[in-house]
Design a protein around this ligand. Structure first.
Ligand code: BTN
Length: 299
């Protein structure tokens, strides 16, 4: 389902999240008929919002799990304009690419064809977080990889005891808790950037992976809200020219630095000590800059 900021159902959800209100009052506040209010309330009910009504009007009762409207609230508070929520879908990155508009968030409870980097599969069972955001940033083409790096930073800032494996895997105790797949779509002058984030939260983690819930008592909602908040903060910093500060924070959290690594790029295999994250976001290995590749920590 699709939710936009100005839709009647979303506006009613926001009012009822704050207070109990009658159909008449809601109608007056939004300038719509009581029938329109009733229809919107039915839509909320059909989409996992528990609403009770008594003599004082409608009220929302207990919202425990992440529901479409909660996802929408968190997304809208962090600069997005529209959300698409699916219980099950092939891949949120694929949906985002097909839709082709910026500032939209695609969220799924499960994916049947979750995609990872380098053509790999991303197992997307219930309990994990799977979402993609679309942006059309006013940045130079060569600066776009920085967005992927700040996405990794944002996840690392949101979950305790994490480290970043260059370019943007997030690990706990050397095991992967989050993967990020960034894709570009459209014109080179102003491409659509799609950042897909998969986080093992309450799902059983695949081999060599780890789930947040194995170690911490943090819900999907909390992780999702923190990641979006941190991403929006870091994105603003990037656009405001604070890249160097972000780069230092990424470098500080990046466990690849100082390790012996093997990086497989599209044309080469480079082995050596990872020295730093350069000003342009590349990984420096033996004095050589690497812009993209699959990185293995050797020791
Ligand atoms: C990786 O290989 O580490 C990247 C995994 C990215 C998975 C996420 S889940 C949401 C989005 N939709 C996809 O199909 N992939 C990304």
């Amino acid at each position: 389902m699709q939710i936009s900021k100005g839709s009647t159902d979303y506006r009613i959800y926001r009012i009822l999240s704050e207070k109990q209100a009658s159909g008449e009052k809601l109608g007056k506040e939004l300038g719509i008929t009581r029938t329109a209010v009733w229809k919107a309330v039915q839509k909320l009910k059909e989409n996992s919002i528990q609403i009770e009504s008594d003599a004082n009007g409608y009220r929302i009762i207990g919202e425990k799990e992440l529901n479409p409207y909660m996802v929408a609230r968190i997304a809208f508070e962090n600069g997005f304009e529209e959300i698409h929520f699916y219980d099950v879908i092939d891949s949120t990155n694929t949906r985002a690419r097909e839709y082709g508009k910026p500032n939209v968030l695609f969220f799924a409870n499960r994916q049947t064809a979750g995609r990872g980097r380098h053509g790999r599969r991303w197992v997307s069972d219930e309990g994990g977080l799977y979402f993609s955001i679309t942006l059309s940033p006013p940045l130079d083409y060569t600066d776009l990889p920085k967005l992927t790096l700040i996405a990794g930073l944002s996840v690392a800032e949101s979950i305790p005891d994490t480290e970043i494996k260059w370019p943007n895997d997030v690990l706990i105790n050397g095991r992967k808790v989050c993967g990020i797949l960034s894709e570009l779509h459209g014109e080179v002058e102003r491409p659509l950037v799609i950042i897909g984030i998969g986080i093992n939260v309450e799902n059983p983690a695949p081999e060599n992976g780890i789930s947040v819930s194995e170690l911490f008592d943090i819900s999907r909602k909390e992780v999702f809200e923190l990641v979006l908040r941190n991403f929006s903060k870091n994105y603003r910093m990037l656009l405001n020219g604070s890249w160097n500060e972000l780069r230092k924070e990424i470098e500080r959290r990046c466990s690849t630095i100082g390790k012996k690594v093997r990086v497989v790029t599209s044309s080469d295999v480079i082995e050596g000590i990872a020295e730093s994250i350069a000003e342009d976001g590349s990984l420096v290995v033996n004095g050589r800059k690497i812009y993209a590749g699959d990185c293995i920590h050797l020791r």
